[in-house]
Design a binder for this molecule. Sequence first.
Ligand code: 7TS
Length: 405
Amino acid sequence: MMYDVNRVREDFPILAREIYGRPLVYLDNGATTQKPRQVVEAMVDEYYNVNANVHRGVHFLSQQATDLHEASRETVRRFINAQSTSEILFTRGTTESINLLAFSFGEAMVKEGDEVVVSAMEHHSNIVPWQMMCERKGAQLRVIPMTDEGELQLEALDGLLNEKTRIVCCTQVSNVLGTVNPVKEVVRLAHEKAIPVLIDGAQSVPHMKVDVQELDCDFFAFSGHKVYGPTGVGVLYGKEVWLGKLPPYQGGGEMIKNVSFEKTTYNELPYKFEAGTPDYVATHALATALDYVSGLGMENIEAHEQELTRYALERMQQIEGMHIFGGARNRDAVISFQVGDIHHLDMGTLLDRLGIAVRTGHHCAEPLMRRLGIEGTVRASFGLYNTKAEVDALVEGIERIRRMF
Ligand code: 7TS
């Protein structure tokens, strides 16, 4: 099938906007993606025609809202190929998914002197919750190092894993360098020592087919808003054998079976981890987004974005003074760069004046910035609707700004 990017763009009304009188070139997809009409219409339709609280009512609308919500869980299950919907927890996003896990896992599994392993290229969301838990429990954070090219040093990982290691937490794709990590290999090495693994899929799920059973990871987190879905919803996948052993994260409605002032018993999976009214409109819209990308075909999206990234790298490398951070062999649709000594903030601000949206700064990965010996980068990150013409606009914009300095 031919991937018709111009056809796809018609689904995204915002792409027709002009910014400072120029066509919007949206290259900040790593931060969040734009929404297709189908997703927004699913939300409007639910609020206008179905809205009622889920799981609680005997009435028609409550039943219908519950059916949509639970069908969305099944859509997520199918999308990442989990074994059962009991393994799909709805959260507010990757950050909440990891906080949930760090808390619950820490309570049940971590004691003083234990160790938690993260990688050198994690987003703060996959560092700080673990650090907070380590502080509570008297445990230690250990770090998988990386090469200057931005690839994880797996030979070092093997040396980090020992009888004190409780969990390994690693991103599948770096939000700064675009490195695609060999997470399947990370899982294999950890499992050799019976250590579970959390994969942060915030930057992988939008760009490639993910199969949690094939990866064999124990936990997997991602955000709806980065995969063309709404804000405020995300997923934590966990193998049932693990989730069954962990205590709830938050208390309240939905996560209980019975409550008395003496003792409360908890609901079954996945509800044990879902306190309070879930964002059931967002879960339905997330399922709509996953159906949308599945309809286009994740392999087609990946091929399109890989081609775009290859083209962008080739053109950008020809710019005088261009430095591109990281050079992993396996990389995704994220390019971090610096041109001469032009400050990243100046570059970002001036590109914005040309209608080009990029991100600047440390990208919530300060330890990685320190490792690279820099304060920040300019980052262009592509999505399924970006075009070669937009890459050309970026390259011409950078050239123009370079000549100004
Ligand atoms: N993990 C990774 C790898 C990320 O890139 C991000 C967000 C998160 C976790 C947190 O996701 P959230 O949806 O819970 O906020 N990354 C970015 C970014 O690169 N620019 O803005 C947000």
